[in-house]
Design a protein around this ligand. Structure first.
Ligand code: GLN
Length: 543
């Protein structure tokens, strides 16, 4: 589209409780507008004071999503990329910390000389600046900027954001900004009814601040009947056709289709007076159709230490969903707690799976369990895929067992092992501050011809995203290769190991980067696709 109409704004807020899926809903709204030929970009506002979630524990915040430009961001940005098939950047995630940091820096610089610096207008101005600063897509102007406001309406922390949004509507004009409120309509078993009161209260809270939602997305375990919609419309002061169902669905990738069926894109287009075509949702229809009708089912083990908290592995879970569809199969993940594998062999946990993935991670807890798991997969010819720490575990196992380096370890887990096969780079040794100082973001990797990696990527040079401090120690490269480890991918600038593989094995590939961050629903990552294909082959052969 573009260049013929001014940029429009959609604000998505959440009410009643957290975890309603505001990120997915925002991404799905973006996807249907994109299917109508519009350029869409999304921004997430996070009301916490950290500059970014990079230093937060996965228990607090789930996965840290890393962008191409090396920013550590909220996991909702992963949904935006997966649904829109386009990159996000440092401009796609603003936290309270960043907003205040910028304002305080300006104050020290003397930019506000003579003035008292206040929440209104200085903080709210900076929030508005971030919304207006969302970049275009592929050099074209953005038709629609969607801003998701984290937290729940009523939280003290999100007040400045909501105030900024109230002002922004006046600044850009009422035809150019709409508010979508995602709310919960709970089913109360004892009454046998869906209840609208929490939604009424949440909208009341918004209206107290001066925001009247234009559209309500109603999360419920079922669809709402007309009578309920009428009631919500009346009490919340929205037209009845703007009360949209958002019931639970078997796959999140069905949400764009569900919203379209509920008439959401028509209402948005109408309210924002957008000029665009009817949506082309064939890609999504095809994906959902395949997702719901798999021709087989396989189980793959994921062995990590945060297995009780699936949000820590969000992008991995989604990459497997994409790879399942690409292979016409359903991938069931078996979560194996790495600590439970310490000091014992992995037979019981891994004897019934068709593949093993060891994801990224930090710290020594459960590490020997992961190394045991890799060893089991290596020896028993089970397809193995290692990501970041997963690669490091594979190198430690191989060094100890195949190269005969008994004390091989990573200096992350043992300060001075007899063989530091995984070690900090020199630059990393000097770094003391923890925030944003890892090796982060997209970096090039050159792939050796004739390797499995080359066959998978079909390219000599790729770019993948990183988030780690330690590396394969180059001093041990020769001995690893002499014993049969293939170093199939290397960073050409830093000369660091990026991909390893074994060829006396059906599928044993490990990577120092995070391919899961680049898998998209309609554009699956080749490593995940081929790993699942290998697991399917293993299943056929062994069952
Ligand atoms: N802890 C390891 C490192 O910092 C691995 C990090 C990761 O898996 N993301 O290098």
């Amino acid at each position: 589209m573009s260049n013929e109409q001014q940029t429009k704004f959609i604000i998505v807020t959440g009410g009643v409780v957290s975890s309603l899926g505001k990120g997915v809903a925002s991404a799905a709204v973006g996807a249907i507008l994109q299917a109508r030929g519009l350029n869409v970009n999304i921004l997430k506002m996070d009301p916490y004071i950290n500059i970014d979630p990079g230093t937060l524990s996965p228990y607090q915040h789930g996965e840290v999503y890393v962008t191409d430009d090396g920013t550590e961001t909220d996991l909702d940005l992963g949904h935006y990329e997966r649904f829109l098939n386009q990159n996000t950047s440092k401009k796609s995630n603003a936290t309270t910390g960043q907003i205040y940091y910028m304002v305080i820096k300006r104050e020290r610089n003397g930019d506000y000389l003579g003035k008292t610096v206040q929440v209104i207008p200085h903080i709210t101005d900076e929030i508005k600046r971030r919304i207006l600063d969302v970049p275009g897509i592929n050099g074209e102007q953005t038709d629609v900027v969607i801003t998701e406001v984290g937290g729940t309406v009523g939280d003290i922390e999100s007040l400045p954001f909501l105030e900024a949004i109230r002002q922004l509507r006046l600044d850009v004009g009422a035809n150019n900004l709409i508010n979508i409120h995602l709310t919960l309509v709970p089913y109360i078993k004892a009454a046998g009814e869906l209840k609208t009161k929490p939604t009424q209260h949440s909208v009341m809270k918004l209206r107290e601040i001066g925001i009247q939602p234009d559209i309500l997305l109603c999360r419920a375990d079922r669809k709402l009947n007309m009578e309920l919609k009428r009631k919500i419309a009346l009490f919340c002061n929205v037209p009845i056709d703007a009360v949209i169902d958002a019931p639970d669905v078997p796959t999140i990738y069905e949400i764009p289709l569900m919203f379209h069926e509920g008439g959401l894109d028509e209402i948005i287009v109408d309210k924002l007076q957008l000029k665009c075509k009817k949506p082309d949702l064939k890609g999504w229809e095809n994906f959902v159709q395949k997702c719901k009708n798999p021709q087989s089912e396989i189980t793959i083990a994921v062995c990590g230490k945060y297995v009780h908290l699936h949000d820590s592995y969000k992008s991995i879970i989604e990459a497997f969903a994409h790879a399942g569809v690409a292979n016409n199969t359903r991938v069931t993940l078996k979560w194996v707690d790495s600590e439970s594998l310490e000091g014992q062999d992995s037979e019981t946990a891994l004897s019934d799976v068709c593949g093993l993935l060891i994801p990224g991670g930090f710290g020594s807890r459960g590490i020997e369990g992961k190394i045991n798991a890799v060893r089991y997969a290596r020896k028993n010819q089970i397809p193995f895929f290692g990501i970041c720490l997963g690669l490091q575990c594979a190198v430690i196992d191989f060094s100890r067992e195949v190269c005969g380096l008994a004390g091989a370890n990573s200096t992350e887990f043992n300060e001075s092992p007899s063989h530091p096969v995984i070690d900090l780079m020199e630059e990393q040794k000097r770094i003391k501050a923890k925030g944003g100082t890892m090796r982060l973001g997209a970096q090039p990797c050159v792939i050796k011809k004739g390797t499995r990696a080359h066959q998978i990527y079909g390219a000599d040079r790729i770019s993948e995203r990183h988030r780690h401090r330690l590396e394969v120690n180059n001093k041990y490269r020769e001995i690893l290769e002499q014993h049969g480890m293939i170093i199939s991918g290397v960073n050409p600038e830093l000369d660091l190991v990026e991909i390893i593989e074994l060829n006396d094995h059906p599928w044993f590939v490990a990577v120092q980067f995070h391919p899961e961050l680049k898998s998209r629903a309609l554009n699956v990552h080749p490593l995940f696709k081929e790993f699942v294909a290998a697991a399917l082959k293993f299943n056929k052969k062994n069952n």
